[in-house]
Design a protein around this ligand. Structure first.
Ligand code: ADA
Length: 558
């Protein structure tokens, strides 16, 4: 379920494989029954290619009795979980994990039911008809764990560099589900064979322990040398190990120094792709080998970053980025959320839950170098500004170790350039508007400098053009591959003339399917065709062009 081992004591297994799926109408009546594999999307099942609504997944599971923890890595987009007919959990948002603990369950067979709902309504402030499809179903793995009377919920590791070497601040949160008494402690086995034991004091059945350690001779994590280390935590009760959790991290530090982004003290230059988590007819249930192939294509083209546009990604993909030294801009789930949607009574809780779950679950990935919010949200309104302030404050409460950003397309009207640590601009000259790239960006940057953004790092977070795979001719018309190459080449060569940019991120890595209802007249094939690869990862001419362009530029600002 992850790319590294997480336990030796706690028993954990993947309960994917074959499930029964019943499609349900608005009254809850069954309209169709299918035998499906989990994880998968409704839309990858023959006959459900355009399905939007509810599906009930059913599986009988055998348990040994005692306490179990069910972990859902992604259910799209709203989940209701039932065990033996009893409702035990509810979750909104396809792209963040959630879990539920069931205590004192009898040994034997139990019926697990997961109702996934992909319908759009006022109940859903983040999932709506958009320029990427909200697929339906159990799109990521499901795990069952056997846990003791207490267990380790998570461990966060924060590395910082100082004159004596590296320091790691370690925090672990433990839940005592039985509320039983006893002498509890956590033993940390750290890099360089350091061992630390911390006593626990539970308050309301939860306890947090912290320890800090200095490490003199360790390898830093970097794109060139993505060195990774494991922290092993053992939870003891009356000196007997009852649970454990392994976490992986890297000694790397991200800081802002004036208009530069420093990775371990060196200014970096970002050459990246915006990537939707989608593959052909598998939709957003992307298998590991496709994730790995995508990262081959990222690295082979000379890129050094992936932006998880526009939602938290699968942790297995982030694990692979950690291992390969690929930088990540991860962002909470939002694309073009305008004020009416921000005024949806569900918006505040839904976006804050997403930010919290993203950061709590993805905190230790060294590849993640910044957190993004509100892609092309209404940052040119006072109401929007209040929402941005609130979300940036929430991020800083959860993680002080990473800079923040937000991709703006409000250019000369934006009221929020003073809020993020890094200024990010989505620009589409030569595609959506006939502007000369250099002059257009220079004018936006003048406005940014006069309106709160002066002296901050600047990234071009989106630019690009559409190209239909296989459409080539001599007249270089829009939507042809040669035209796509021409626009990308002109923009990148102009952006390279700015010696104070911190990088650029191409829109987009691969074509992706949209919600059928989204602007069909401007999106041939109901796809966003600005990928340099098609939905099957077949390269367009633009993939070879961007590879040459990325190859021209180093990874570090001079
Ligand atoms: C915006 C948006 C992207 C995509 C792009 C496009 O910049 O952030 O998600 O929709 O436009 O292709 O128009």
């Amino acid at each position: 379920m992850r790319m590294f081992e997480r336990h030796s004591v706690r028993k954990q297994k993947d309960i994917g494989g074959t499930w029964q799926l019943q499609c349900l109408d608005s009254k809850g009546d069954v309209t169709g029954t299918y035998s499906v594999v989990v994880p998968s999307c409704f839309e990858s099942i023959r006959g459900l290619e355009k399905y939007r609504g509810k599906g009930k997944y059913i599986k009988n599971i055998n348990v040994n009795g005692g306490n179990i923890r069910l972990v859902f890595k992604g259910v799209s987009h709203t989940a209701d979980i039932y065990l033996d007919g009893k409702h035990i959990a509810h979750h909104y948002n396809a792209y963040t994990p959630f879990d539920v603990v069931v205590t004192n369950i009898d040994e034997g067979e139990h019926t697990l039911e997961v109702i996934a709902d992909s319908s759009f309504s006022q109940a859903s402030a983040l999932h709506f008809a958009n320029d990427y499809r909200t697929f339906g179903g159990i799109i990521r793995p499901v795990e069952i764990e056997e846990i003791a009377e207490a267990y380790i919920k998570y461990i966060h590791i924060t590395p910082t560099k100082n004159e004596n070497g590296w320091r790691a601040d370690i925090e672990a949160v433990i839940e005592n589900i039985s509320a039983e008494g006893g002498e509890f402690s956590v033993e940390f086995v750290l890099p360089n064979s350091k061992v630390r034991e911390c006593k626990l004091d539970f308050e309301n059945n939860n306890a947090t322990v912290r320890t800090s350690e200095m490490f003199e001779d360790v390898n830093e994590w970097s794109p060139e040398n993505p060195a990774l280390y494991i922290v092993k935590a053992k939870l003891k009760k009356d000196n007997k190990v009852i649970d454990d959790l392994y976490e992986r991290f890297g000694f790397r530090e991200i800081k802002i120094d004036g208009d530069k982004i420093l990775l371990n003290g060196k200014p970096i230059y970002i050459k990246g792709y915006n990537r939707h988590e989608q593959y052909a007819n598998l939709g957003s249930a992307v298998p590991e080998n496709i994730m790995s192939f995508d990262l081959d294509l990222v690295q082979d083209s000379g890129a050094n970053l992936v932006r998880t546009s526009h939602y938290p990604n699968d942790e297995r993909f982030l694990d692979m980025c950690d291992e390969r030294g690929i930088l990540v801009w991860e962002e909470s789930h939002s694309r073009q959320i305008h004020v009416p949607r921000m005024k949806n009574p569900n918006f505040k809780k839904q976006i804050e839950d997403c930010i919290e779950e993203m950061i709590v679950n993805h905190y230790n990935h060294p590849s993640i170098i910044m957190w993004g919010i509100m892609n092309e949200g209404e940052s040119n309104s006072e109401f929007g500004r209040e929402c941005y302030i609130h979300q940036f404050e929430q991020i800083k409460r959860l993680d002080k170790s990473r800079p923040t950003t937000t991709a703006s397309n409000r250019h000369f009207k934006d009221l929020c350039y003073d809020l993020p640590d890094i200024i990010s601009l989505n620009i589409y000259p030569l595609w959506y508007y006939n502007e000369e790239p250099y002059d257009y960006l220079a004018r936006i940057r003048d406005y940014v400098n006069e309106n709160g953004g002066k002296g901050k790092p600047v990234i071009i977070s989106e630019f690009g053009a559409g190209g239909i795979y296989g459409y080539r001719d001599f007249n270089n018309l829009k939507w042809s591959e040669p035209h796509q190459v021409d626009v990308i080449e002109r923009i990148v060569n102009e952006l390279y003339k700015f010696d104070d940019l911190s990088g650029l991120i191409l829109w987009q890595f691969a074509d992706c399917r949209l919600d059928d209802e989204f602007e069909p007249l401007s999106r041939p094939k109901c796809q966003n065709n600005k990928g340099v690869l098609d939905i099957y990862r077949r390269p367009k001419m633009a993939y070879f062009a961007i590879s040459k362009l990325f190859g021209k530029k180093g990874n570090y600002r001079d």
